[in-house]
Design a protein around this ligand. Structure first.
Ligand code: AP5
Length: 182
C-alpha cells in the first residue's frame, strides 16, 4: 500500500538522507521544501531571489510560500510520499491538514528522528552548506525548538508518531524506519 509519511526532526538529523533512501526504494515522491527552495536559488528565479537571504540566515520562509510549493507537488502526484522539512510550525500543520482533506489523503506515520545537539552540529559543520556555519546552525536549532518541536507532541497525541534514534549509522536507521513502516 502507498504510504504517506512525514520525517520530523532537527536540522542535521538525517531527514533528507533517510527520506531519499526510503522514497527511492519505494518509488515515493520525496518532497523536501528545503531542496525545492535551494533549486530556485540555484536557478536564480524570482522566488529564489526572494528566499535566498532568509535561508542563508537560517530563518523560516513564509508559510504561504511553502504551502504553494507543497500543494502543487501533492496535487500533481499519485504515488506515496514523504514530507521532509514541512510542516515546520503549527500554522503549517493546519494548512497541511486542510490540503490533505481536500485531496482526500492522510498522513499515516510521522517519524521523529532524534539526535543530540552536539552530534548534529558536527554533522552540519562537516557538510558545509551555505547555512551550515556555527551562527546559522545555532539559529536554525533555536527556530526548530521554538516552532517545530511542539509538533512532536501534536502527532504523538494523534498516535501517528514513531520514534527513531537517528544517532547511528545510516543502514541501522534505515532498517529501523523500514521495520516501523511495515
Ligand atoms: P532544510 O533543507 O529542510 O534544512 P534542515 O531542516 O535544516 O535540515 P537539513 O537538511 O540540514 O538536515 P536533515 O535532517 O535533512 O539532514 P541531512 O539528511 O541533510 O531547510 C533549509 C531552509 O529552508 C530552512 O532553514 C528554511 O529557511 C527553509 N525552509 C525549508 N522548509 C521550510 C518550511 N516548511 N517553512 C519555512 N521555511 C522552510 O543530513 C545532514 C548531514 O548529515 C549530511 O551531510 C548527511 O550526509 C549527514 N548524515 C545523515 N545521516 C547521517 C548518519 N546516520 N551518520 C552520519 N552522517 C549522517
Amino acid at each position: 500500500m502507498k504510504k504517506h509519511l512525514l520525517f520530523l526532526g532537527p536540522p542535521g538529523a538525517g531527514k533528507g538522507t533517510q527520506a531519499a533512501l526510503i522514497s527511492k526504494a519505494n518509488n515515493y515522491l520525496h518532497l523536501s521544501t528545503g531542496e525545492l527552495l535551494r533549486k530556485e536559488i540555484d536557478l536564480d528565479t524570482e522566488l529564489g531571489k526572494k528566499v535566498k537571504d532568509i535561508m542563508n540566515n537560517g530563518e523560516l520562509v513564509s508559510d504561504q510560500l511553502v504551502l504553494d510549493i507543497v500543494k502543487k507537488n501533492l496535487e500533481e502526484n499519485n504515488k506515496g510520499w514523504i514530507l521532509d522539512g514541512y510542516p515546520r510550525n503549527l500554522s503549517q500543520v493546519n494548512s497541511l491538514n486542510e490540503e490533505l482533506m481536500l485531496i482526500n489523503q492522510q498522513l499515516e506515520i510521522v517519524f521523529y528522528l532524534d539526535i543530540p545537539d552536539e552530534v548534529l552540529i558536527n554533522r552540519l559543520l562537516m557538510r558545509g552548506r551555505k547555512d551550515d556555519n556555527e551562527e546559522t546552525i545555532k539559529r536554525r536549532l533555536q527556530i526548530y525548538k521554538e516552532n517545530t518541536q511542539p509538533l512532536i507532541e501534536y502527532y504523538k497525541k494523534l498516535s501517528l508518531l514513531e520514534y527513531i534514534n537517528a544517532d547511528g549509522d545510516l543502514k541501522t536507521i534505515s532498517a529501523d524506519i523500514k521495520q516501523k513502516m511495515a
